[in-house]
Design a protein around this ligand. Sequence first.
Ligand code: GDP
Length: 140
Amino acid sequence: MAIERTLSIIKPDATRRNLTGKINALFEGAGLRIVAQKRIRMTSEVAGKFYDVHRERSFFSSLCDFMCSGPVVVQVLEGENAIAHNREVMGATNPANAAPGTVRREFAESIEANSVHGSDSPENAAREIGFFFSEMEIVG
Ligand code: GDP
């Protein structure tokens, strides 16, 4: 299997509850390596650009407000099949449907405040990693 990189975000509901370390332990326990990481506060302009594909969806402005409501931790995860593998570790979008042991089942508060973001395709992973990180900041 190919070694891939994927963009992960630990969302404001999780940083507020001091869960960064516990979530990182789930990633590392699943074999994903954190090869870049920084804590930032998104502005509404940044959140709007990042979630541009969801602009027409009914929850777009609520999602952008939520993502700006506190610090987030943006990270690059690396590993075999990392994009799909991280989606498995995260669990379903709605924590009510997420499998036991997944980040969202263990920690998410709601379908919106669901603790983590993860890229869903190689194209989006490349775009999303480039959105937050320069090559120099990613050390595998
Ligand atoms: P993901 O790839 O599993 O994160 O899910 P999506 O790409 O479909 O949605 C992006 C993000 O929008 C999710 O992670 C949630 O934070 C939020 N979201 C998705 N669906 C809903 C919804 O029905 N209502 C609200 N309020 N937020 C949602």
